[in-house]
Ligand binder design. Structure first.
Ligand SMILES: Cc1ncc(COP(=O)(O)O)c(C=O)c1O
Length: 424
C-alpha cells in the first residue's frame, strides 16, 4: 500500500537531492532570456532552460523547469497583473484563455472544446472521478499500479456516493510485463457492474507502459453489447505518457486523458488538463463552477474550474504548447527513446543492477526503474547526488531507483549517469 507518509518521504528524498546540488541555485539565466530557439537542434532546446550547471538532471520529468518563452510570458503577465490586477485580467483574459486552448488543441490535434484546464494531474483525477455520473453500486475498475491520487479519488467517491472500486494486478514482475497479458487480465476483471476503467498510461512506480489502444479495442468489444448509459468509459492518467509519447488522445482510443502539463511538457508549474471525447463528456457533471465565457455546450470549458487563479502561469501554457509543437511530438518521442535505450542497456550490463522497467518500447516509455544491490532506493539517490546525478526514488510500496531522461538530456549525460551507478 502506498501511504501518504511513504509518498512524502520519497518526495523529500528527491527534494533533498535537488536542493543539495547547488545551494546558490546555479541558474544560468534569469528572466525569460535565452538565445533564439532552433527547434531542430537539441542543444538549442536545452539552452532555453535555466538549469543548474554541472549536474545531470534525470528527474526533470517529475516537475518541470520552465523554458525561456514560458518564463518571459509569466513575467509579462505578472507585470500587467501587478500594475492593475482587475483591469488587466478583464482586458486580457478572453484572448489569453483562447490562445492557451488553441495552442493545446493544435498540439493534441483535437477540438479545443474537448479540453478542460486544471492545476495538476491530481486535480484532474479528482474532478473527473467526482463528476462522472455513476449510480450507487456502480463499479470502477482500477489497477494495482496507479498513482495514489487515482485510488484516493475513487475511495472518496465511494464514501460519498456508494460506488465501489476494485484493483486488478496487470503484471507480477514489471520487467516481464507483456502487452497481451495486461490486456487479457484487465478485460477478464471487467464485471457486469463495471462502468469505468481507470488506468495509468505509464506507471511511475515501475516505468511499465500500458497498451492503451489495445485496451480501448478490448473494451469496445464489451461495449458493443451494452446500452449507452452502461457503456464502459476508459479513463487514463496519462501524465507520464503525455508529451513524451506521440499518439494523440484520439489515436490512443481512450474516453478521457488526464495529465499535468508541468512534467514532460515543461509547461508552467501548476497547470494540467483533462481531454475528453464528446460522448464521454456527456457523462460528466462539472464539480467546480466555471468562470469561462465560452458558449454553452462546450464541455471542456464547462469542466474547467473557475475562480481567480495564478493566471500568469495558466496563460503561459500557450508558449509551452507552441514550443513543443515546433519541436515535434514524434521527434521528442524518438529522442527520449534513444536516451532511454542507452540507459537501460548500460544498466543491464552491470551485474549489481536489476532493471525493473521492461526493455521493449512497446511496454515502456521515458521512466527507467532499477535496483542496485546493497542499496535502498533513497540511499542510491543520495549517493548519486554526491556525483551530481539527480535521480528520484519511486513513491510506492516497493521503492525503486528511478531515472527519467527527457529530451533535455543528452548521450554524455546518460554516460555520466552510468559511470556514477557503476561507481556505487
Ligand atoms: C502517475 C502519476 N499521476 C499523477 C501524479 C501527480 O501529478 P500532479 O503533480 O500533476 O498532480 C504523479 C506524480 O506526481 C504520477 O506519477
Amino acid at each position: 500500500m502506498v501511504t501518504r507518509r511513504r509518498l512524502l518521504a520519497a518526495a523529500a528524498a528527491t527534494t533533498a537531492a535537488l536542493s543539495a546540488c547547488d545551494p546558490d541555485g546555479g541558474a544560468t539565466q534569469s528572466g525569460g532570456t535565452a538565445p533564439p530557439l532552433d527547434p531542430s537542434s537539441w542543444p538549442s532546446v536545452r539552452e532555453q532552460f535555466a538549469l543548474a550547471p554541472g549536474v545531470v538532471n534525470m528527474a526533470l520529468f517529475a516537475f518541470a523547469s520552465h523554458p525561456a518563452t514560458v518564463r518571459a510570458a509569466i513575467e509579462k503577465h505578472r507585470a500587467g497583473l501587478d500594475a492593475d490586477p482587475y483591469g488587466f485580467l478583464h482586458a486580457n483574459e478572453p484572448a489569453l484563455e483562447r490562445a492557451v486552448a488553441d495552442a493545446a488543441a493544435a498540439y493534441l490535434r483535437t477540438g479545443r472544446e474537448q479540453i478542460a484546464f486544471t492545476d495538476s494531474t491530481t486535480m484532474g483525477l479528482g474532478l473527473l472521478y467526482s463528476g462522472l455520473r455513476l449510480r450507487p453500486g456502480d463499479e470502477v475498475l482500477a489497477t494495482e499500479h496507479d498513482f495514489y491520487a487515482t485510488h484516493e479519488a475513487l475511495r472518496l467517491r465511494g464514501e460519498r456516493d456508494g460506488t465501489t472500486f476494485r484493483k486488478v494486478r496487470l503484471y507480477d514482475e514489471p520487467e516481464s510485463a507483456a502487452a497481451e497479458e495486461m490486456v487479457r487480465r484487465l478485460r477478464a476483471a471487467v464485471g457486469a457492474r463495471t462502468r469505468v476503467v481507470a488506468v495509468t498510461w505509464v506507471h511511475s512506480g515501475t516505468g511499465v507502459k500500458l497498451p492503451i489502444r489495445a485496451i480501448a479495442d478490448a473494451l469496445a468489444e464489451v461495449n458493443r453489447g451494452r446500452a449507452e448509459a452502461d457503456r464502459l468509459l476508459l479513463c487514463v492518467d496519462g501524465v507520464h505518457g503525455f508529451a513524451v509519447e506521440d499518439p494523440t488522445p484520439d489515436a490512443l482510443g481512450c474516453d478521457f486523458l488526464i495529465s499535468g502539463c508541468h512534467k514532460w511538457l515543461f509547461g508552467p508549474r501548476g497547470t494540467g488538463l483533462i481531454w475528453g471525447r464528446a460522448e464521454a463528456w456527456r457523462r460528466f457533471t462539472p464539480v467546480i463552477p466555471t468562470f469561462t465565457g465560452e458558449p454553452d455546450g462546450a464541455p471542456g470549458p464547462a469542466a474547467t474550474p473557475g475562480g481567480y487563479h495564478s493566471f500568469e502561469h495558466r496563460w503561459a501554457l500557450a508558449e509551452a504548447f507552441t514550443m513543443r509543437t515546433a519541436i515535434g511530438a514524434t521527434r521528442v518521442a524518438e529522442r527520449t527513446r534513444g536516451l532511454v535505450s542507452a540507459l537501460k542497456d548500460g544498466l543491464a550490463r552491470m551485474s549489481k543492477v536489476r532493471v525493473r522497467t521492461p526493455r521493449s518500447p512497446e511496454v515502456s516509455s521515458g521512466i527507467v526503474c532499477c535496483e542496485v544491490e546493497g542499496y535502498g532506493a533513497a540511499e542510491a539517490v543520495a549517493q548519486l547526488r554526491g556525483s551530481k546525478i539527480l535521480a528520484s526514488a519511486t513513491p510506492y510500496a516497493t521503492p525503486y531507483l528511478r531515472f527519467g531522461p527527457t529530451a533535455l538530456n543528452d548521450e554524455s549525460e546518460v554516460e555520466a549517469t552510468l559511470r556514477a551507478v557503476r561507481a556505487l
